[in-house]
Design a protein around this ligand. Structure first.
Ligand SMILES: [Zn+2]
Length: 322
């Protein structure tokens, strides 16, 4: 018996392969962790405690939605396979916005119901990562999240949710909840379109080709669209809106700080789309980026080869296991 470094639970370490420990944790789920990361993980550090729950959520979601066992490493440069994830990137990808977290919680509950619409779902301390809870000490956050879902009409209390105490609740997804789940799945899964927003100008044609190649190389069958590359009779701005609405991912290149790109990114964010930001390293260093978007995890690049690798890896990290 060993301890899970992320949540502190006693776990069973069932087997180890070369350089990795395989861990089965009742809270985080199943994962492999590179020996050096496991041995050096400073679990008593207060700073680390503040992000360990993010890793727990990530592992549980991998287990739940893709049935894959993620391999965790400490060196982001070695993140070269779709089942290998660097801790730093996992933490960066944790959704900062409450709406995104709630959407993911709803999808997690749907997976727990295993396609049976009437199925009561038992939630307890082991469900905390799937509810995006960071507080494992007392149940206030657990209860608060369930109250949000209850007030949204997504769930109903089964066997008296209002009286639940501690980390225990049995809930059911409502009709409105399932309708919302259908919408979320439609948006996330059906669209195969990646819309590229960038300054359109002959000198950036090669960069567009690199972006398109990076997306194609993920082999996720995405259709890459840039508005000037399409044949259509609509006004161009109507076409942009139409394409963003139907896309799954919007890739925004901020080179030259193009205002149109900022508008398209903002519109896509407002619709809850996955926006991937590209930005030349020099613009980041010179602090040219508008402060409203500074908080996002940009892909910085010094040359086009860097765009290829980093964009491909980012898309695979977000959608490769879905
Ligand atoms: Zn754990």
């Amino acid at each position: 018996m060993t301890e899970c470094v992320f949540c502190g639970s006693g776990t069973s370490e069932e087997q180890s392969e070369a350089m990795y420990k395989y861990i089965k944790c009742p809270i985080c789920g199943e994962y492999s962790i590179m020996d050096d990361l496991y041995d050096d993980y400073p679990e008593d550090d207060e700073k680390v405690k503040k992000y360990s729950f993010k890793v727990s959520s990530f592992i549980r979601e991998c287990n739940l939605h893709s049935e894959s066992v993620p391999k965790l490493i400490s060196n982001c440069e070695k993140e070269d396979n779709i089942s290998i994830f660097c801790i730093e990137n996992i933490v960066k990808k944790y959704p900062s916005e409450i709406d995104e977290r709630i959407d993911r919680i709803i999808l997690n509950l749907a997976s727990l119901a295993k396609g049976r619409i009437e199925k009561p779902i038992n939630l307890d301390k082991n469900s905390l990562p799937l509810l995006y809870c960071s507080n494992y000490e007392d149940d206030s956050e657990f209860q608060y999240i369930l109250k949000i879902l209850l007030n949204m009409g997504i769930i109903t209390g089964f066997q008296g949710l209002k009286n639940f105490s501690s980390f225990q609740a049995t809930i059911q997804i409502t009709y409105d909840g399932w309708t919302k789940i259908d919408d979320l799945r439609r948006i996330r899964n059906q669209s195969k379109i990646v819309f590229v927003a960038m300054r359109i100008c002959p000198k950036y044609e090669n960069k567009y080709a690199v972006i398109k190649n990076a997306i194609d190389s993920t082999k996720l069958d995405y259709e890459v669209i840039r508005v000037d590359k399409e044949n259509h009779n609509d006004k161009i701005c109507d076409r942009i809106i139409y394409n963003i609405k139907r896309s799954k991912i919007v890739v925004c290149d901020l080179e030259e700080q193009n205002q149109g790109v900022y508008f398209e990114a903002g519109f896509a964010k407002g619709l809850g789309k996955e926006v991937i930001w590209l930005c030349p390293k020099k613009d980041l260093d010179d602090k040219k980026i508008h402060f409203d978007v500074n908080q996002y995890n940009m892909i910085d690049y010094e040359n086009e080869e860097e765009i290829f690798e980093k964009l491909k890896n980012r898309i695979l990290a977000i959608f490769g296991t879905n």
